[in-house]
Ligand binder design. Structure first.
Ligand code: FES
Length: 182
């Protein structure tokens, strides 16, 4: 049975991956307006897109009849939800105890300054997203930052800037290669 109100809406272009679509539909089908049921719906959308795009909010609102403004309210309340896509490079700066006492704050300040972002944001060029984590698990290298799957340790503000510049250069090369190949 289709969820109430969904007949005028289409999943096409909204939820593409079969498994996610199935899970999303299942949650919509079970939706009965109980408090807290919106969260799993939003998690499904974010799982698929990496963030929650405007069109997913419109779709969820249409099916559940929850006003879009209320959905935005929930999204902005919980830090797990993102309204922006993730950058090509996800920078996870460790703010755990070992890193904190080894100067994590100055490293995070340096990243924010170099990229022109705050924690949780994606840079305007779409290359970097800055997040913080509690511990990356290599405290002996503190302060530590992970960029995608690569770990960078014993950082100083100067070495952090150098590393970010290198990633920016790589990101531009990839973008130019993609344009040249198209
Ligand atoms: S506290 Fe930073 S890696 Fe453990």
């Amino acid at each position: 049975m289709a969820p109430p109100g969904s007949e005028c809406l289409t999943l096409k272009g909204v939820i593409k991956t079969a498994a996610i679509k199935e899970s999303f539909n299942y949650k919509l089908w079970r939706y009965d307006g109980a408090p807290g049921e919106l969260i799993p719906l939003l998690q499904s959308a974010q799982e698929h897109f990496g963030y929650i795009p405007r069109r997913a909010i419109t779709y969820i609102s249409g099916v559940t009849t929850i006003p879009e403004s209320d959905i935005y309210g929930v999204i902005t309340f919980y830090s797990q939800f993102r309204l922006q896509p993730m950058g090509k490079f996800v920078v996870r700066a460790c703010a755990g105890t070992a890193c904190h006492v080894s100067g994590a704050k100055s490293i995070i300040d340096t990243i924010e300054d170099e990229l022109g972002v705050e924690i949780g944001d994606t840079s305007p060029d779409g290359l970097f997203t800055l997040l913080t984590v509690a511990c990356i698990g290599c405290c002996s290298l503190a302060p530590v930052v992970m960029i995608n799957d690569d770990t960078h340790g014993r950082l100083t503000p100067a070495s952090m800037r150098k590393i970010l510049k290198e990633y920016r250069r790589k990101g531009k090369e990839i973008a130019e290669g993609a344009v040249g190949a198209s």
